[in-house]
Design a protein around this ligand. Sequence first.
Ligand code: ATP
Ligand code: MG
Length: 457
Amino acid sequence: MAATEMTGGNTAAMTALEVTGRLRPYGIMVADDTARVFDAIEQQGGCARFVGGVVRDALLKRHLVDVDIACDLAPEATVVALENAGIKVIPTGLKHGTVTAITEAGAYEITTLRVDVLTDGRHAEVAFTDSWLEDAKRRDFTFNAIYCDLDGTIYDPFDGETDLREGRVRFIGVAENRIAEDFLRILRFFRFQAWFGRPPIDPIGAEACRKAVNGLRDISVERIRDEMFKLLRSRSPAGTINDMIGFDILPAILPELIQVDCLRIMQWLDSTALADPAIRPDPLRRLAALFSPGDNKQHSDMQEDNLAAAERFARNLRLSNEETDRFAEMIAHAPLIDPKLPIETVRRDLYRMGADAFRDAVILAWSARGAVPPRCTRLENEEWKAFLEAAKNWQPVKLPIQGRDILKAGLAPAGPRVGMLLKRAEEYWLDQDFNPDRDELMDYLKRQLTAGDKETE
Ligand code: ATP
Ligand code: MG
């Protein structure tokens, strides 16, 4: 027997799963490397089946990315099986029964059939089993517990296929109990709702999440961030975000995320208005749409406050330095962008910010403007689009003079004065819409210096 421990009924009838249907495998499911992994496990006397995302996505005929496999070999035996077949294997989480097979076609997460014996809402102590049904019961949602053989035979013990077809995210077992075992399931519930659910959200699941929300305080912020990003990558997350606010989830963990209307406009822009392949759903930009820096309108340096609040939020969420900068720049700049800005100012922003950051700020500003009455007129929408067009066509330019030109012409000795003069030349160059060339800028500086000398005489 392959399993290291038995749980529950040992009769074949109780541990096996019934065949419930078939699908036609495609993509990574039919790759040669996939067959090698399955074959290696069989050679060792085991049985492997696809499970989780790959089966769910195959039923929806979506592009298949990650492959999760369940198998009835103990993890150490799986390692041996793969090594014998010459497949590279990483013991990702032996204690939890997971190893990763690495092939040219991709990585395969292979997890031994298991049950959770002890849970505290964050971690589980697991035992291995040879019961496919027990393994199915420890999974979260009905459509995440569908198994599939290499040839497409389907085993769907909780009728997840119907739930998937009807857009219902349903916990396996009693929602309250399943959440108490692992509070991250609260966020997984809403993430899967955003991807596969059809409104209205299942009130039983959502209500159970509301009651258990305090458990999320014990979940690491990195896991919360990752789930939020996965949710925000779905096509139209605003409805689910609204549910997360309505069921008291977001106020408990990320109270700054409140601007659902802004997100709604942004997702509309992502999907319809901006037929530009450079602009695709971007979770960080969507996070910025939702973010409200709080009420600091009475301050004169509102931009500074927004920047500081955005940075604080991004750091607390453990965003990378690059993401933090991008997030904060969007929040700080969007309020300064107005569809009536003259094109010279737009070019100046493009020069200062770069095309990507400018595009971010425009989309955020447009979404924010569209979210409050009186919404954008058709003309205004055209103006915003023109900004994006300007960003698309923007060719980065460089100030035509450098510090060494100033030194060579003897306009200043080496030191901070060179930087000051460069700044002055840059201001003039920008005021003249990038027109002055090198000679004109040098003449300008010389004129400035003589005028300055006169003033000080
Ligand atoms: P995706 O890979 O698209 O994020 P997935 O459903 O494959 O979605 P994974 O996190 O890869 O999700 O997990 C694979 C499977 O493991 C899930 O489909 C589910 O059956 C099970 N699973 C993962 N996390 C949990 C959890 N917290 N509680 C219960 N079961 C889980
Ligand atoms: Mg997966």
